[in-house]
Design a protein around this ligand. Structure first.
Ligand code: ADP
Ligand code: ZN
Length: 188
């Protein structure tokens, strides 16, 4: 009997604090996809115009071309049916619909690689990431280095006063802190 090989889709999540190397890891995986000559599309939310509108960029200046989208539905609409691998950076900023969109794409046989913050500046689960971790076939937690003590860091310390969930920035606005050095904001 002939063995019919079908393309099995799946979801990978790369998550951790800021500066933990999520974007680097996403870019590393996507570069290998390109080396394998697979068709890839990379998306990020419009909100993250930190460094560039048309690229995903790591803090260590690794970069790759990307498409900015305003919602998970727009992302879904922009996926070419021939695309085999989909990369999504800063996924914590997407609406809850991203979970269903990632599931649909994986069900279609696509490899979906999602990178994003697992926790916000208060230490609370962030946006669609926790649900994506639950439905993903594979989850990688990346750790930064605590700038206070040098321990592995799993928290993002906000350095400026604000009650807004999203304050876009990096160096000087946020820093990586370990469990001991992290100081969550007082609850209002
Ligand atoms: P993320 O996407 O998780 O915010 P990036 O992939 O953009 O992280 O950047 C990771 C890079 O940031 C590291 O390889 C290192 O060069 C740099 N970096 C700056 N501060 C730190 C820190 N406190 N801990 C670890 N890496 C840091
Ligand atoms: Zn520390």
């Amino acid at each position: 009997m002939a063995l019919v090989k079908t393309q099995l889709g799946w979801i990978e999540v790369i998550c951790g604090s800021m500066f933990s190397g999520k974007s680097e890891e996403l870019i590393r995986r996507l570069r290998r996809v390109i080396i394998a000559k697979q068709r890839v599309q990379i998306f990020k939310p419009t909100i993250d115009s930190r460094f560039s509108d048309a690229e995903i960029v790591s803090h260590s200046e690794m970069r790759m071309p990307s498409i900015s989208v305003g919602s998970s539905e727009e992302l879904f609409a922009k996926v070419d049916h021939r695309t085999e691998v989909i990369g999504i950076d800063e996924a914590q900023f997407f609406d809850p619909g991203l979970v269903g969109v990632a599931q649909r794409l994986a069900d279609q046989g696509k490899r979906v690689i999602v990178a994003g913050l697992d926790k916000d500046y208060r230490g609370e689960p962030f946006g669609p990431i926790p649900s994506l971790m639950a439905v993903a076939e594979d989850v990688t937690k990346t750790l930064a280095i605590c700038v206070r003590c040098g321990s592995p860091a799993n928290n993002t310390q906000r350095l400026v006063e604000s009650d807004e969930l999203v304050v876009v920035g990096a160096q000087g606005v946020y820093e990586a802190r370990c469990r001991r050095c992290f100081e969550p904001p007082a609850r209002g």
